[in-house]
Design a binder for this molecule. Structure first.
Ligand code: AMP
Ligand code: GLY
Length: 422
C-alpha cells in the first residue's frame, strides 16, 4: 500500500515515522513535508491548493491511501475531492470538518447531542460583547468563531481586556473573516485532557489519554500556544472515564450518525474536567499536535492497518503497549508570536535511539546544509520509558543537546501528572 501524508509539522513527522514501521505500507510519501522527514518518507513539494496538481500526483504515484494531518485541508474539502478520484482517505468530509471550522457550529452540535459544555452567547460586535458580558462574570472567555491557528481564544481578566479582544476581532479584524462572529463563554476552572477517538461516525475506539501543556511558560503562565509538551498515557479513575464515554463521546458520535456526517478519521475532544464533571472545550477534526507524537508509538499494532481500516469505515479494537511516551517541544524565539527563522541549530539532528529521538516540526537546511529554525515549534524531543518519569528523562536528555539562539522550552512538562493520578 502506498500512503501519502499531507502536512509538514511534528504531527506529520510522527505519522510518517509510524507508517515507516508498517508491514503493510510499501511507500510513505509526504506533501509538502520537510527535509527532516526524508529519513522516513519521500517528500514532495506539491501545492495542495492546486487540485489538478494533487490529482495528477496521487494518480502518477498510484497512492492508495491519504492521511490528512492539518485541519486546513479537511476544511477545504480535500477528503471529498480525493474520494471522488477513487483514493481512500483517513480524515472527515468537509461536513465533518465544520466541527472545528466553526465554534458556533460546534456549540450547536453539542447542544443537539446533549453534551456538557460551558454556557455561551454568540456575539458579532464590541457592543454585543459588552452587553452579553453582563450575563457572565470574569474571567471572560472570548473565542473567535473560525480557524485562527490556535490563537483565537482570549481569557480576559476584566471588561477592559474583553473590549480589547472584541475590538481586535470585530474592528481591527486581526483574524480576518474568522473573527466576524465569536463566542463569549463561561470560564471553566479545572484540568484539561486531550481525548482522541478513531471513528467511522457510528462507532469509535479511544486512543490513550494525553495531557498537553498549552501555556508558553512554566506553571501554566504566559500566552496560549499550540502545545509545548505532552505526556501519555494519563490514567483517570473509572467513574470519570465512564462519565466521559457516556456523557460526551457516545452522544457526540451518535450525533454524527444522526446528522449523516461522513466521518472516517480521528475526533479530538478537548475536555475540561471541572468540579461539575467533564465538559467539552472544543472539537478538533484531526490529530493533536503534539499529542500524536506521543500517542502513535504506543500502538501495539500497525498504523498502516489502522488508517486503512478507518478509511474503509471499519473500527477494530486496538491494543496498546505498557509504555509511557513524552514530548517536549523546543520552540523558536518569539513563538507564539512571529517566530525567528534561520537560527543555526547547534547539533547534527540525527541523534537519539528508539527511546529518545527528535521529530522535526519547523526546521530546514540552509544553503550550507546546516539545520536552521524554520517555524514556531521547531523540534519535538520524544522520550519513551517504563514510567512517566523515565519517558520525560529520555526526552529532556535530547533537549539538553540541541541549542540555538532564543530557543524556548518548558522544563515542567509532566509535573501536573502526580496531581491527576493521586
Ligand atoms: P480552544 O481553542 O477552544 O481549545 O481553547 C484554547 C485554550 O483556552 C484551551 O485549551 C483552554 O486552556 C482555554 N479555554 C478555552 N475555553 C475555556 C473555558 N471555557 N474555560 C477555561 N479555559 C478555557
Ligand atoms: N495540542 C492541541 C491541538 O492540537 O489542538
Amino acid at each position: 500500500m502506498r500512503v501519502l501524508v499531507l502536512g509538514k509539522g511534528g504531527r506529520e513527522h510522527a505519522i510518517v515515522k509510524a507508517l515507516s514501521f508498517s508491514q503493510r505500507v510499501t511507500e510513505v510519501h509526504c506533501a509538502p513535508g520537510s527535509e527532516g522527514m526524508k529519513k522516513d518518507s519521500f517528500i514532495h513539494n506539491i501545492d495542495l491548493n492546486n487540485l489538478d496538481e494533487l490529482k495528477t500526483f496521487v494518480q502518477s504515484k498510484s497512492i492508495d491511501l491519504v492521511v490528512i494531518g492539518p485541519e486546513e485541508w479537511l476544511v477545504k474539502g480535500l477528503t471529498d475531492h480525493l474520494k471522488s478520484w477513487g483514493v481512500k482517505v483517513f480524515g472527515p468530509s468537509q461536513n465533518g470538518a465544520h466541527l472545528e471550522e466553526s465554534k458556533v457550529f460546534a456549540k450547536e452540535f453539542m447542544a443537539k447531542a446533549g453534551v456538557p459544555t460551558a454556557r455561551f452567547e454568540v456575539v458579532k460586535s464590541v457592543q454585543e460583547t459588552l452587553s452579553a458580558a453582563e450575563k457572565f462574570s470574569p474571567p471572560y472567555v472570548f473565542k473567535v468563531d473560525g480557524l485562527a491557528a490556535g490563537k483565537g481564544v482570549s481569557i480576559c481578566k476584566n471588561l477592559d481586556e474583553l473590549k480589547v479582544a472584541a475590538k481586535n476581532s470585530f474592528e481591527t479584524k486581526i483574524f480576518g473573516a474568522s473573527g466576524d462572529s465569536a463566542l463569549l463563554e463561561e470560564f471553566q476552572p479545572g484540568w484539561e485532557l486531550s481525548f482522541l477517538i478513531l471513528t467511522n461516525g457510528k462507532e469509535y475506539q479511544a486512543l490513550p489519554l494525553a495531557q498537553d501543556h498549552k501555556a508558553l511558560l512554566e506553571g501554566g503562565l504566559g500566552p496560549n500556544t499550540g502545545g509545548m509538551g505532552v505526556v501519555t498515557p494519563i490514567k483517570i479513575n473509572e467513574e470519570l472515564l465512564s462519565n466521559i464515554h457516556n456523557q460526551i463521546l457516545k452522544p457526540s458520535v451518535a450525533q454524527l450518525e444522526k446528522e449523516s456526517i461522513d466521518y472516517c478519521g480521528v475526533l479530538f475532544v478537548g475536555l475540561m474536567v471541572t468540579e461539575e464533571g467533564p465538559k467539552v472545550i472544543e472539537y478538533n477534526v484531526r490529530f493533536g499536535d503534539p499529542e500524536t507524537q506521543t500517542i502513535l508509538p504506543l500502538l501495539d499494532g500497525d498504523w498502516g492497518d489502522v488508517f486503512y481500516d478507518i478509511s474503509q469505515g471499519v473500527v477494530k479494537p486496538l491494543a496498546w503497549k505498557p509504555q509511557f511516551v513524552s514530548c517536549v517541544v523546543i520552540a523558536a524565539e518569539n513563538y507564539p508570536g512571529t517566530p525567528v527563522k534561520g537560527q543555526l541549530i547547534s547539533e547534527e539532528l540525527n541523534i537519539g535511539s528508539a527511546f529518545s529521538y527528535l521529530l522535526h516540526a519547523g526546521t530546514k537546511k540552509d544553503e550550507k546544509n546546516r539545520w536552521v529554525t524554520n517555524g514556531g515549534r521547531v523540534l519535538n524531543a520524544i522520550g519513551v520509558g517504563a514510567s512517566h518519569e523515565e519517558s520525560l528523562e529520555n526526552a529532556y536528555q535530547l533537549v539538553d543537546r540541541v541549542k540555538w539562539q532564543g530557543a524556548q522550552v518548558r522544563r515542567d512538562i509532566g509535573n501536573g501528572i502526580k496531581k491527576l493520578t493521586n
